[in-house]
Design a binder for this molecule. Structure first.
Ligand SMILES: [Zn+2]
Length: 476
């Protein structure tokens, strides 16, 4: 009988915090910028320069910890992680090992299999490294230190996940929490959220964990899901062949659908961690912690309950909309402008979701403004445009954030309510389709649908469908 295997997955998620300045100096954290322009002696590791901790980093880290049910370490410290790499000018990274700021948290995830808690081992603060750019044409490697010293938190989960579905649900949950807190924009494609996957397999029922590998270079949820499937298969094949899984870091190549070994996985002792001598310990007083707690914004669950009560929208809609901060922000701003919560919710739930899926986009990528969606809703409600024209206009709003008023005017899309014009068109359609007219008169009521369709076509979709139906029935 074939053996059955269980996949055991733990995640290390790095999140770049949305502070204006770096963790230990006052350089800008802005993404992009000409190479090495957001730098100073501190973040380029010049001898004699001293780090000064950015208070906002501690507050964001604690806020994420509170929202993920962690215990906050009120006396915590930084440690030095020593290693040499050209993107790391100090030859060490300031991180936390012995007393990380948050410990023992959990988040609840939901998959098709139901709800489950995923434990959070710890969250620690650290600085990001610079970026190496390998230029194959010039045959040189250059380094950009703009990212060096950008604040990060690393969220380390327990090995509680068993499938790609659970991993994605966990990442989506973390992203939602961090975005609600305003602690980061969590863009996987810009690297402001990065996930390393630790994965091992074991026979179902086994008590011991198998040997794990770590996979890096995963910059989309889809790549993560594929990497998990690929690595699970690779490890099972090794075990089935009587071979051993080697503990190592592997790079996932998403286009080839294969992973390659990068280096053998190091342990903490390889880094010769020791307490950072240039920074004093951080003491988070009860008062400070209370201030941070009091400042926590409304999170998803509270928002969902409020939406149902305040806006009277179905629970299903409220859940999906509050599931993404961006959607919730658009929903609230648009509703404020047009005061039609159910209509706003419909546009978000149906057309917006459809276009996001078709264009392989995330809600974070939405660029249309609440103002233009509100205008579109008002035009529809006033009967200025009909629903099929509204869908066409919305596609333009979604793509280019156009002003619906101007667009409808320019393209001549206003609904034709002119009874004379409608009547003339309908008479023409009836003349051209005598069979349908006869069918209807002989009791085939469905035939009217075809005639309505032909009339709408003749009017280029701009006729008022209610009036077309009414006039058709009179004439028939
Ligand atoms: Zn600096």
């Amino acid at each position: 009988m074939a053996k059955e295997y269980e996949t055991v997955i733990g995640l290390e998620v790095h999140v770049e915090l949305a502070t204006k300045t770096k963790i230990f100096c006052s350089c800008s954290t802005e993404f992009g910028g000409a190479p090495n322009t957001h730098t100073c002696p501190v973040c380029t590791g010049m001898p004699g320069s001293l780090p000064v901790l950015n208070k906002q980093v501690v507050e964001y880290a604690a806020a994420v910890g509170l929202a993920t049910n962690c215990t906050i370490t009120q006396y915590c410290k930084f440690d030095r992680k020593n290693y040499f790499y050209p993107d790391n000018p100090q030859n060490y990274q300031i991180s936390q090992l012995y007393l990380p700021i948050c410990r023992d948290g959990k988040v609840e995830i939901e998959t098709e299999a139901g709800t489950k808690n995923i434990g959070i081992h710890e969250i620690h603060m650290e600085e990001d490294a610079g970026k190496l750019v390998h230029d194959e044409w010039e045959d040189v490697s250059v380094v950009d230190y703009n990212r060096s010293g950008v604040p990060l938190i690393e969220i380390v989960s327990e090995p509680d996940m068993r499938s790609a579905d659970e991993v994605i649900a966990y990442l989506e949950k973390l992203r939602m929490i961090v975005q609600y807190l305003g602690a980061s924009d969590c863009k996987l494609n810009e690297g402001s959220m990065r996930a390393d996957v630790n994965l091992s397999v074991r026979e179902v029922g086994a008590k011991e964990f198998g040997t794990r590998t770590e996979m890096k270079n995963l910059n989309s949820f889809k790549a993560i899901a594929r990497a998990i499937e690929g690595e699970r298969e690779r490890q099972i094949d090794l075990l089935e062949a009587g071979e051993k899984v080697i503990q190592e870091t592997r790079r996932w190549d998403d286009t080839k659908g294969e992973s390659y070994p990068m280096r053998s996985k190091e342990d903490a002792q390889d880094y010769r961690y020791f307490p950072e001598p240039d920074l004093v310990p951080i003491v988070i007083s009860d008062e400070w912690l209370k201030e941070i707690k009091d400042r926590q914004p409304e999170l998803q669950t509270e928002k969902m309950i409020r939406y149902k009560e305040e806006y009277d929208i179905p629970e299903y809609d409220a859940k999906i909309i509050t599931g993404h901060k961006k959607l919730a922000d658009i929903f609230e701003a648009t509703t404020k402008l047009c005061n039609k919560p159910k209509k706003v919710s419909n546009w978000l739930m149906v057309e917006t979701m459809r276009l996001l899926k078709e264009n392989d986009m995330e809600p974070e990528d939405i660029t249309f403004s609440p103002k233009n969606l509100a205008t579109l809703i008002e035009l529809t409600e006033a009967g200025t445009i009909n629903s099929s024209v509204a869908k066409e206009v919305f596609e333009e709003v979604f793509k280019k954030d156009i002003d619906p008023n101007q667009y409808v005017e320019e393209k001549g899309l206003k609904t034709v309510n002119d009874e004379g014009a409608l009547r003339a068109t309908i008479e023409q359609v009836m003349k051209e389709n005598p069979q349908s007219v006869e069918d209807y008169r002989n009791g085939k009521e469905k035939a009217i649908g075809f005639l309505v369709g032909q009339t709408m076509k003749a009017m280029k979709g701009k006729a008022n469908p209610g009036m077309v139906n009414k006039i058709l029935k009179e004439l028939l």
